[in-house]
Ligand binder design. Sequence first.
Ligand SMILES: Nc1nc2c(ncn2[C@@H]2O[C@H](COP(=O)(O)OP(=O)(O)OP(=O)(O)O)[C@@H](O)[C@H]2O)c(=O)[nH]1
Ligand SMILES: [Zn+2]
Length: 211
Amino acid sequence: MNVQDPKITIETERAKPARPTRQEAEDAVRTLLRWAGDDPDREGLLDTPKRVTKAYSDWFRGYDEDPAELLQRTFEEVEGYDEMVVLRDIRFESYCEHHMAPIIGKAHVGYLPKGRVVGISKLARIVDAFAKRLQVQEKMNAQIAQVLMDTLEPHGVAVVLEGEHHCMSTRGVHKPGVSMVTSTMLGAFRDDPATRKEFMTVIGNPTNRMS
Ligand SMILES: Nc1nc2c(ncn2[C@@H]2O[C@H](COP(=O)(O)OP(=O)(O)OP(=O)(O)O)[C@@H](O)[C@H]2O)c(=O)[nH]1
Ligand SMILES: [Zn+2]
């Protein structure tokens, strides 16, 4: 596993095309149902386009969230606490941008505060804000780490993701039970091996796991 370069470039947001109407989206689902080989006009499928577009609003809700905004509220009264804060085993559900298949896994997020801390639920919300989009795991990993670094300005940030890619387990190469492990280490986690080691120990070092 590579420790990534601290100068991560997050791709600049391009102007997105306008969203289609709900009717257009439902028509697209009807086309896919026909593409799958079924009949969208049979009774059991009549409401499916409506259900699928509703499900998309849930699965892809991250596009309507501003991760930096989620980190605006911080607390400074922590009696000088300046040790590592780690939230481990945060389940995430994301979607691979190549096949639109689920990526299901766990995120481990740590940071070394510099004066202020953030409510821990916000770390999980940040993971979701980036997960609930079409993603590649490396990009999602870098995005989570970078927004924490930019917004909290801590001594360092560490993010490790373990994901099972359903495009690999249920189709294509058909390899269930395989996890992709990625990591982004910034600041002290990148520069100081002891800090990185402490974080990896706390999360049960997924890079060393044998089975
Ligand atoms: N690095 C990386 N690769 C991913 C991720 N999600 C899916 N992939 C891979 O992206 C690749 C896309 O390869 P293509 O050859 O364009 O697509 P494909 O013909 O459907 O490939 P197969 O999955 O091998 O059948 C595949 O190897 C996927 O396993 C991810 O998050 N990170
Ligand atoms: Zn895929």
